[in-house]
Design a protein around this ligand. Sequence first.
Ligand SMILES: [Mg+2]
Length: 186
Amino acid sequence: MRKRARPGKPILGVDIDNVLAESDARLRALFRKLYGITLKEHQMTQYDYMTYGVTEEQLRQVFRIFNVEACRTLKVVPGAKTAMQQLAGRYEIALVTSRNPESKASTEYWLRAKGLPYDQLHFNDDKHALGIPYHAFIEDRHEHAHLIAETGATVYLLTRPWNATPLAHPNVRRVHTWSEILDHLM
Ligand SMILES: [Mg+2]
């Protein structure tokens, strides 16, 4: 049983896709399998599959499969589970994802199956505007990171091919691994 967060425990916001879960790899595999569109991870300098020839309808189909089925069996990003288990002792964990709420049951299934601890789970693309007083946030999208940084939180941007552009806010810090995140937060 998870204990309820104590009052005053700092809140750590954590993204799910490509922070806890290897989502991009699965999405690219679905585009290849269903439509013969081959995308390599290093090509993904923008996190927008339509930039790379995917149509709006193909995107909709793939995300429907992802949200209800494929996201139940994603791999966990290396180091994330051990790190989250340590962080959960010190922080109230708020998972905040841009996923469609239709993925809620499958997302909760996956978090439980993988043993990833959390106190709150939000499905909302406006991560910075939820009124949650984040102490820090772990994110892979450059745009989200900078909006959240504006709220005063320190944002750890996990390096991915799509976030290589220079950082533009003093509260955003680039990290390459979960081990580095632990060095900052524990
Ligand atoms: Mg993400």
